[in-house]
Design a protein around this ligand. Structure first.
Ligand SMILES: NC(=O)c1ccc[n+]([C@@H]2O[C@H](COP(=O)([O-])OP(=O)(O)OC[C@H]3O[C@@H](n4cnc5c(N)ncnc54)[C@H](OP(=O)(O)O)[C@@H]3O)[C@@H](O)[C@H]2O)c1
Length: 332
């Protein structure tokens, strides 16, 4: 496993990290979750990503139990706040009240005294940015959070936050967590150039497009049994990528992977890691063998000719519009 700096900070993260959205506390049983975490640790992954909202807070509990007994200094634990964790109007968003309550819940569920990175899971249009950033800064001073970052923020929102942090002397954001894969490149035009200039990294989610880039979803055929597309909680999220044009083109990536001696999943994870602004690719898994397959992408170099072949195959199905980075207008 290779390691990269998180933004301009001193923190190193494994360039492949393990995340538990849709899986822990939901799609997979606790035993399978533990086996996946064990496989991740055995393969050298030290960075783990979760969120208060995953599986209605159960995912953090499962991860906390799975990591119990592992030397805390050998782990980087990331979580997030914004999406609803309860029914009340204050159980959501980035207010001082909700952030403070949510971080305490996360620490309890993860069975740890601090998280390494705390991320605003979307931009909250109903809370002054100063309030959010001051609260994040307070958590850093209290030692409950070591670094702060965001997820799915636009370049403009990140720039606003950095300006306030600099004026007020708050801790600066070190990272953004966007969706990024061969199929979804909306950060490339604006978010990445700003982040490079300002010293933020991307920690990217769904690098294999939730399984689509493994090639296991075939055009014109029902999804394989037990895959995310057949799961009640996961099916909704993956469905927009399951159209025959995308799936046919993805099948045409297979010869490129074969020529390189890579699995399609490894090619997809390696592809996001070619972007030097990416500090880590967060992989999800329902089975330990998926973790063991995908981690082999660490350290793989893809030359310009390979990158061009990928672009030629995928052509018009690649999404590049920066306007696709959106947070809800009103809190959900
Ligand atoms: N910040 C955000 O808003 C946000 C949003 C989404 C995710 N995330 C983070 O990113 C993490 C990863 O997201 P993701 O789970 O969508 O990532 P992903 O790695 O693109 O997809 C993972 C899924 O693909 C399938 N898969 C993985 N490896 C495979 C292999 N070798 N062969 C066949 N199928 C394979 C598995 O599902 P099946 O076995 O069920 O098919 C697995 O659960 C999350 O856990 C979370 O930490 C963040």
């Amino acid at each position: 496993m290779e390691f990269r700096h998180l933004g301009r900070s001193g923190l190193m993260v494994s360039e492949i990290s393990y995340g538990n959205w849709i899986t822990h506390g939901s799609q997979v049983e606790e035993d399978a979750a533990r086996e996946c975490v064990r496989a991740a640790l055995d393969e050298g992954i030290t960075t783990f990503d979760t969120a208060d909202v995953y599986a209605g807070t159960k995912a953090e509990e499962v991860l906390g139990r799975a990591l119990k007994g592992v030397r805390r200094e050998s782990l980087e634990i990331f979580t997030k706040v914004y999406w609803p964790t309860g029914a009340g109007p204050n159980d959501r968003g980035l207010s001082r009240k909700h952030i403070t309550e949510s971080v305490h819940g996360s620490l309890r569920r993860l069975q740890t005294d601090y998280v390494d990175l705390y991320q605003a899971h979307r931009f909250d249009n109903e809370t002054p940015l100063e309030e959010t950033l001051k609260t994040f800064d307070d958590l850093v001073r209290q030692g409950k959070v070591l670094y702060v970052g965001v997820s799915e923020w636009t370049a403009d929102q990140i720039a606003q936050a950095l300006k306030i942090a600099d004026e007020m002397g708050f801790d600066r954001l070190v990272s953004n967590q966007p969706q990024y894969s061969m199929l979804w490149r909306v950060i490339e035009a604006e978010v990445v150039p700003l982040s490079e200039k300002e010293g933020l990294s991307q920690i990217v989610w769904s690098p294999i497009a939730q399984g689509v880039l493994t090639g296991k979803y075939l055009p014109g055929q029902p999804p394989p049994a037990g895959s995310r597309a057949t799961d009640p909680s996961g099916g909704n999220f993956i469905s927009r990528m399951l159209n025959d044009d995308v799936l046919t083109r993805v099948q045409d990536l297979k010869p490129i992977a074969d020529d390189l001696g890579l699995s399609m999943a490894q090619l997809a994870v390696a592809w996001v890691l070619q972007n030097p602004n990416v500090a880590s690719a967060i992989i999800g898994a329902t089975k330990p063998e998926q973790v063991r397959d995908n981690v082999k992408a660490s350290g793989v170099k893809l030359d310009a000719e390979v990158l061009k072949k990928v672009d030629d195959v995928l052509g018009p199905v690649v999404e590049r519009d920066p306007a696709k980075t959106v947070s809800p207008e009103k809190r959900p």
